[in-house]
Design a protein around this ligand. Structure first.
Ligand SMILES: C[S@@+](CC[C@H](N)C(=O)[O-])C[C@H]1O[C@@H](n2cnc3c(N)ncnc32)[C@H](O)[C@@H]1O
Length: 219
């Protein structure tokens, strides 16, 4: 059987050890990194945020602190073990909900959210599915709302430090390798987003891409 093109739909075992794995990979820096990303999202009390592929809910707890009791966080994920871990982690926040929902299919929200986040998920989809997800984010956002994509940046795999290249090509899926060459800003433009800005982390290998749903449609 050929290797799977995507590894983003994590199995139950992977879900159980997901946080531990990221902590080891980042030498204990993962929580600190996510907190600093959430700081950069400029979240204000009372805002509503949709998290696509919310995983174990780490990002959502940090965001819930920021939006406060008047705000709202909705996390969508397909994996029962991830959803149960997210509820365990964030269940004490009254303003968080997690739902089982496939994000490449149309999501049931229209103009409701100030921000949409997708973190380490988008690289694992085929391009037509990526467009579906971007379209869902656009539909779920209020006009003037912001879409944040935290994921791999565009970089040349052949030029990176050899052990890192080895790790990337052995652990990551084919779609992640292809993702490094995709012009995400152009893809976002094609779905009606404007004013893309980017910030880089971990020696430029990771990127927070921020883009806006304009008040006048440009598609
Ligand atoms: C690599 S994890 C990232 C989790 C989290 N966003 C983070 O940054 O830690 C990918 C997540 O996407 C979820 N996922 C994968 N395919 C999905 C799909 N089609 N619809 C919804 N969630 C999906 C997985 O279950 C998993 O929780």
């Amino acid at each position: 059987m050929p290797p799977a093109r995507s590894k983003v739909e994590i199995g139950p075992g992977g879900a159980r050890y997901y946080d531990l794995f990221l902590n080891l990979l980042s030498l204990g820096q993962y929580s600190h990194f996510i907190k600093s990303v959430v700081e950069k999202m400029g979240i204000k009390p009372g805002q509503s945020i949709l998290d696509l592929g919310s995983g174990t809910g780490k990002n959502d707890c940090f965001m819930a602190e920021k939006v406060g009791s008047q705000g709202r966080i909705v996390g969508l994920d397909i994996n029962d073990e991830m959803l149960s871990r997210a509820w365990n982690r964030c269940g004490s926040y009254p303003n968080i909900t997690f739902k089982k929902q496939r994000i490449e299919l149309s999501v049931p929200y229209k103009g409701e959210f100030d921000k949409v986040l997708i973190s380490f998920v988008l690289h694992g989809f085929e391009n037509d599915q990526k467009l579906g997800i971007i379209h869902s984010a656009h539909q779920a956002l209020k006009t003037g709302g912001t879409f944040y994509i935290l994921d791999y940046s565009e970089f040349d795999l052949a030029k990176i430090w050899l052990p890192l290249r080895f790790a990337f090509t052995h652990w990551e899926c084919q779609l992640a390798v292809e993702f490094l060459k995709i012009d995400m800003k152009e893809m976002l433009r094609s779905e009606g987003f404007t004013d893309s800005e980017e910030e880089f982390f971990f020696r430029g290998h990771l990127r927070l891409l921020k883009t806006v749903k304009p008040s006048v449609s440009i598609t």
